[in-house]
Design a protein around this ligand. Structure first.
Ligand code: HEM
Length: 146
């Protein structure tokens, strides 16, 4: 839970505070590179907390032998936890270092406003599925889900 709080809390801060502030303070041409420069530090926190959350999540699933939950739709929140984790793992460890970072910078030169809009939209989507998952996981693990 400590890694989830640091990780998803960071995503909420970047989405609701940092990105709108960059949009207000910087010219379209500077936004993407300025944002990436600031976000670089958080990317390391996000990578570390994603690894920790994955290790502890799979550890609990194994020790409590909860694997059969993945066969039941009622435990949709178990599936979305793994889905959210997978999306972030692919983004942070594969897509971003391999091509996403370069692709955003190239695209930002052609269409700075549009590229920044895509980055903001992506963050809102990630925050929305993470929030829904957090709600489902707390409600589900405390027996409040049908
Ligand atoms: C590989 C990824 C993950 C695995 C295998 C995993 C596994 C688990 C397991 C086994 C539990 C305990 C369920 C129970 O008490 O019945 C749990 C709880 C929880 N997880 Fe995950 N999880 C993962 C990722 C995530 C992510 C990405 C989030 C948030 C977006 C999240 C949020 C939570 C929350 C809020 C709880 C409930 C804690 C409580 O109220 O007791 N988990 N997780």
């Amino acid at each position: 839970m400590i890694s989830i709080v640091a990780w998803i809390g960071g995503v909420a801060f970047v989405t609701t505070i940092l990105l709108p502030a960059v949009r207000r303070m910087k010219e379209p041409r500077e936004r993407v590179s300025f944002f990436e420069h600031i976000e670089k530090k958080f990317a390391w926190q996000a990578r570390a907390t994603t690894v920790l959350a994955g290790i502890s999540g799979f550890y609990i699933t194994t020790v409590w032998d909860l694997w059969d939950r993945f066969l039941s739709a009622g435990y949709w929140w178990m599936h979305t936890m793994v889905l959210v984790w997978l999306v972030f793992t692919v983004m942070l460890f594969i897509a971003e270092p391999l091509f996403l970072h370069r692709w955003f910078l190239v695209k930002a030169r052609q269409d700075p406003e549009g590229t920044f809009r895509i980055i903001e939209r992506l963050h809102w989507i990630l925050l929305a599925i993470s929030t829904l998952t957090t709600f489902g996981a707390v409600a589900g693990s405390h027996g409040m889900m049908p």
